[in-house]
Design a protein around this ligand. Structure first.
Ligand SMILES: Nc1ncnc2c1ncn2[C@@H]1O[C@H](COP(=O)(O)OP(=O)(O)O)[C@@H](O)[C@H]1O
Ligand SMILES: [Mg+2]
Length: 368
């Protein structure tokens, strides 16, 4: 048995998982730090649940190894791993009360009665369910059931908490509430947690680090702000938020500023730090795509546009009021672009000409 440094609570090394001829995880490497809340984020079918099941021991890897607290658990069954799990669908025992649901795992672990009562009371208090010990799952709302499921996972004081889309079946308001609650709980208890979701907002708002997965591979592992502002691949950029895309050709590179000639001959600059893709370099003559997020584009009248390094004439084609912001479509360089802005100017009207501006630090570049 190999003992690794205990700095990481979980390590996944070169893991490959196949179902028949279908390779669903293709060389996964991942390290999860002690006390960290790490999210696996990606579209349906990318291999998130499979990764979680490999950590839990419900599946075995075809290649590679899984370590928990430095111990190689690749061939160790789930019941010998010290884990708490919460799934997307309510996994409470329907014929047991809330108290009995929490008691179940403690009985298996032969925790003595007075200690058990204390731990159940504390777990229910943590998820704000005290007083409902004698209810059956059918007597609880969806959000309450997921709270109990979380309490049941926590009451055994696991080394590792695994949550597979636990909020997906709840309505938006409840999802927001529980999101914040799980984050608070996790920090309070300090339990190392892996949270699976396909919802980018959920991942960004909850995680210490986000793992973006695509087609059985990891695209990027970074903090939420880096994932959003400095995506390393085109997939991450597009999956995480909305985007505007322009096509162009690299004209020259000077002092880490890349000048790109757009389709109509117009030139803009891009920071060399903002190159995506595996090479992270480009040369004059390269065909490239430029990406910019809608909220990084500014709308201004001609007089106001001075603070932006680059601006260009555009025509407004559509305006949608979203409450906290406006979503404005415009035609820029013959293309439709979207701008998201909290500001409103009465002179902005459909058909009106405006200036659209941006800063080179907000544009991401990828070679075609
Ligand atoms: N038990 C299984 N047998 C065969 N194929 C499976 C099995 N479980 C998952 N898959 C396939 O593996 C891929 C990844 O699935 P999964 O890990 O559940 O994705 P995610 O959780 O990201 O939606 C999918 O293509 C899925 O159809
Ligand atoms: Mg899944």
């Amino acid at each position: 048995m190999t003992i690794l440094a205990t700095r990481n609570d979980v390590e996944i090394k070169n893991v490959v998982k196949r179902f028949g001829s279908n390779t669903v995880l293709n060389g996964i490497n991942l390290e999860i730090k002690q006390g960290e809340l790490l999210t696996l984020l990606g579209p349906s079918g990318c291999g998130k649940t499979t990764t979680l099941n490999l950590i839990a021991g419900f599946l075995e890897a075809d290649e590679g190894d899984v370590y928990i607290k430095g111990k190689n658990v690749t061939h160790i069954p789930p019941y010998k791993r010290d884990l708490g799990m919460v799934f997307q669908t309510y996994s409470l025992f329907p014929h047991m009360t809330v108290y009995e649901n929490l008691d179940f795992g403690l009985r298996l672990r032969k925790v003595p009665k007075p200690k058990k009562q204390n731990r159940i009371a504390r777990a229910l208090d943590l998820v704000k369910m005290s007083g409902l010990e004698h209810r059956y799952p059918r007597e609880l709302s969806g959000g309450q059931r997921q709270r109990v499921a979380i309490a049941r996972a926590l009451v055994v004081e696991p080394e590792l908490l695994l949550l597979d889309e636990p909020l997906s079946n709840l309505d938006a308001k409840l999802r927001h509430e529980l999101r914040a609650e799980i984050k608070r709980l996790q920090k309070e208890i300090g339990v190392t947690t892996i949270f699976v979701t396909h919802d980018q907002e959920e991942a960004l708002s909850m995680s210490d680090r986000v793992v973006v997965m695509n087609g059985g591979k990891i695209e990027q592992i970074s903090s939420p702000t880096t994932i959003y502002n400095h995506p390393e691949t085109e997939f991450v950029f597009q999956f995480i938020g909305k985007s505007n895309c322009f096509h162009g050709t690299v004209a020259e590179i000077n002092n880490r500023k890349i000048s790109v000639q757009l389709e109509d001959g117009w030139v803009t600059f891009v920071d060399a730090d903002n190159i995506m893709g595996s090479e992270r370099t480009c040369r004059p003559g390269d065909e490239v795509k430029l990406y910019i997020r809608p909220e990084k584009l500014s709308l201004a009248s001609a007089e106001q546009s001075g603070h932006l390094e680059h601006f260009h004439k555009a025509t407004i084609t559509q305006m949608n009021y979203l409450g906290a912001s406006w979503e404005i479509d415009a035609t820029l360089l013959g293309k439709s672009v979207q701008i998201l802005t909290p500001m409103y100017d009465a002179s902005w009207q459909i058909g009106k000409e405006v200036m659209i501006g941006w800063n080179p630090s907000d544009i991401m570049l990828i070679k075609k």
